[in-house]
Design a protein around this ligand. Sequence first.
Ligand code: AHR
Length: 324
Amino acid sequence: MKRGGKLLVLFVVAMLVSSVAAFAAPKTWVVGFSQIGSESEWRTANTISVQNAFNDDPTFILIYSDAQQKQENQIKALRSFIARRVDAILFTALVETGYGPVLQEAKRARIPVVMIDRDVAEADRSLRLTIMGSDFVKEGEKAATWLAEYLKKKGLDDGRKTINIVELQGTTGSAPAIERKTGFANVMKNHPNWKITRSQTGNFTSSEGKQVMEAFLKADRKIDVLYAHNDQMALGAIQAIKEAGLKPGKDIIIVGVDAVKGAFEAMVAGEMNCSVECSPLLGPQAVQAMHDLRDGKRLPAKIYTIEGIFDETNAAQALPTRQY
Ligand code: AHR
């Protein structure tokens, strides 16, 4: 074969090899992740889980943006992802409302939005593809159901005497604050003698949980139960209870949500009674969802995490295996 002919054959073979390789290897996807901040141990574990899972997969590039608890920062981040024409957006909504216009912009730009952990309000859910994370209503129900069983087991609730409950709410307007409250209230309907005497936000942080609990205790020491929408606030409140000369976990029954290590340590020390698990380890699920999207698969409307509940009966045994 003449030299020109050989070169042509080589060129065709090279083209074939590169197109087969391009077909086999998935296109690298750029994913923009808008996180809300770092208000709790839970949140830190969640950010690390997502970052590690994407770093471990060379077919993705993750652009991380921390909103520092400000909705306007999140909206700016989402707009910058759209301007960069990322392939997909991973989004934790600080609060449920106020994202409609920016989600419309993402939709117009044909950029799929996958919610992780916290969803947007019902009215905007058609603008995002799916939500992965916990069932917050169920968590509130589990917390109240645990309380009912515990009070019964300890002979503390005769169905007539008032059970005074104070509530530390999460960030006002956020999905977990709204839904954990709803879930708890659903079960409370079966216990007419339970009364929420005070309820205020502690913004999911330990410092505000402590401050608000101090104020609750100053106003009225007749408190049987503290229901905290997360462990971080419960841990802050435990400090306030101790400083007020009371025994947390004994004088006041404490129920939290998340099952972070700090809560386990408090349960083992007898200073906290129960924590409903809410797993922050959503990174692998997020990567899987992005793979499915890239492969053209349909994502389910909701991707829930399976979670347990911990108290004095199982906390010590579980503590050594906790990852967050
Ligand atoms: O959205 C999940 C909640 O946010 C976690 O319960 C809490 O700890 C976090 O700050």
